[in-house]
Design a protein around this ligand. Sequence first.
Ligand code: HEM
Length: 405
Amino acid sequence: MLAVEFDPADPAFIAEPYAHLDALREAAPVVYDERLDRYFVTRHVDVRGCLRDRRLGRQFRQLGTEDEFNAEPLDPRWQAFWDVERWSLLFLEPPDHTRIRKLVASAFTPRAVEGMRHSAESLANELLDDCLARGRFDLLYDFAQPYSIALICELLGVPAERHRDLLDWSHRHVKMYEFDTTEEQARSAAAAAAEFRQYVVELIEERRRVPRDDLVTALARARVDGTSLSDDEIVSTVVVLLNAGHEATVNTLGNGVAGLMRHRDEWRRLVDGEVPAAAASEELIRWDPPLQLFERWVLEHGVEIAGSPVPRGAVVAMLFGAANRDPRVFADPARLDLGRTNAAAHVGFGGGIHVCIGAPLARIELEASLRALGERAPRLELAAEPVRTDAFVIRGYRSVELAAA
Ligand code: HEM
């Protein structure tokens, strides 16, 4: 197996990761990085395989101790953060994962999500009215963030006046998912988690007193096989839905629209209606995914990935950006091609038991906003060079300044 060093925190890598990811993928399907002590999986077939492999899991504590898995104990200084993560779907394995996911799915129904389409379309147009009236605007701050957070809040039943708090908590929270999180970032994430938790606990109490037709009420009442969710489980679930419910969608819009502004022919295909907005969304997720990496623990002995043995207790990191540009699956993969017929074969929404539960909502949001942008602002252009955030795992821009010429 190839041993390679790469530095996901290097600003040059973050600015343009794909040449490096391409080189890794073509060098080997599995690459061990000693400094990060991780097995990086680079090719589409193997990333898909890992996502579905039940011998790999998001969590090991149901099977063994931290010593056995060679894992750092959870730092007690950030306990408020671990408490909120404790019952997050993203960090559970069966049987808890199966139980909670079933309960969430029973409240997060396709009908409830489809019912959001109208809100998604009218909100996109409302926000664009303001942006276009100003002429110059930040796609992330003025459009994508308020848009996505309002929709997930509407579904959950979280009042609109706390949107900016939620964004702030969420941005601080997700810094813990990066490599090399600093102590300052961890402290800030734990403080944000404590405030977030307090807020959700009060919301649950309120909905128990006065039930409404919303997801928080539904989670508080949901019953599957005679069980219901505990308060801690509801808190983690609401927090993961709120965080996951906007971070990736906002960054897909930022990455995607910035890409389209630099590929005017592709933008024209969207504006002219040659490619439907729904198909364009899939290609944008493939071409510059907002989530570049997800990890799994190896839970059993004897696991091999692409023929390479990977020991029990090891961490496997799946590189979505590398898999989504695998020439074995996507012809001319570096090209942004909105009409690509197999774009939806991307791994952007994951797969297996943790497959994105919010994908149907994300697709509605992306379709409605790309359609509105194309129809209402066909001459849109970049007003300034967009600047990347300093994060690799959650890939996005700080701002995408646009002018509606
Ligand atoms: C373009 C937007 C989105 C992308 C690219 C995305 C991507 C993903 C991916 C890759 C996973 C799997 C993680 C893993 O395998 O470990 C995931 C899980 C998840 N997503 Fe999304 N997501 C998006 C939008 C959303 C939205 C809008 C919501 C909420 C409404 C959401 C909620 C979740 C939740 C709760 C999970 C955890 C599921 C589980 O572990 O069972 N996501 N997402």
